[in-house]
Write a protein that binds this ligand. Structure first.
Ligand code: URA
Length: 213
């Protein structure tokens, strides 16, 4: 059993457990902070660009997501990890029903969560809502906090949905998406600041001068 995310990803990229692997270019592991990320962001599955580059959310949906994260000024690659429910691009980008997804979740996603031990999770859309939180109905569930195996977790819309709404002029969804991510960012900030204070206090109690903030 892998004991670090790096070791897990080394195993993951060799996965041949289901038929999905035959139809994609490569397995796409998570990307970002591999050691104690404060936030774990979970999407649905790699698309064409992710399949080509081997990294989650590097296509059009990724632009929407990364713009929203950037706006917070808090959620960064150094404190968060981005991954997907499914690690291989499904044929025609159609999320598979049944066995392949369940295998991927059990074999990889829950292991990722166990090893990352994030303080917070953000689920993007109905697919991670179903597989991680075992809930249905993203419109009703978004913006609320849930306790998932002890991790405070929020769900929001999937960035591809936001992109489609933006394209049809429905910009209010973008605002909701930004607001949800802002709620998560405020908690990430509080956790980060608390850790900094604790580190400074322990330096002082060891008789060392605290690092300037
Ligand atoms: N790209 C990803 O990596 N995941 C998604 O859910 C959508 C696009």
């Amino acid at each position: 059993m892998a004991e670090t995310l790096e070791a897990l990803y080394a195993e993951m990229i060799e996965c041949q457990s289901c038929k999905m692997r035959a139809g994609c270019t490569q397995v796409v592991p998570g990307a970002g902070q591999l050691i104690k990320p404060i936030l774990l962001i979970v999407g649905e599955a790699p698309g064409a660009q992710e399949d080509e580059q081997g990294e989650p959310f590097v296509g059009a949906a990724g632009e929407i997501l990364r713009a929203a994260l950037r706006k917070t000024g808090i959620i960064k690659r150094t404190n968060s990890l981005i991954t997907n429910v499914l690690k291989c691009r499904p044929p025609k980008n159609k999320f598979p029903k049944g066995e392949p997804a369940q295998t991927c979740v059990t074999k990889w996603l829950w292991e990722e969560i166990r090893l990352a031990q994030p303080e917070r999770m953000l689920l993007l859309g109905g697919t991670p809502l179903k597989y991680v939180a075992e809930l249905d109905g993203i419109t009703a569930c978004r913006g609320q906090w849930y306790n998932i195996r002890g991790i405070r977790t929020m769900a929001t819309f999937h960035p591809s949905f936001i992109q489609r709404q933006n394209n049809s002029g429905m910009l209010s969804y973008n605002e909701t998406f930004d607001d949800d991510i802002k709620q998560v960012a405020l908690e990430v900030k509080a956790i980060f600041e608390k850790a900094q204070t604790k580190a400074a206090e322990s330096q002082i109690s060891e008789g060392k001068p605290a690092d300037p903030v």
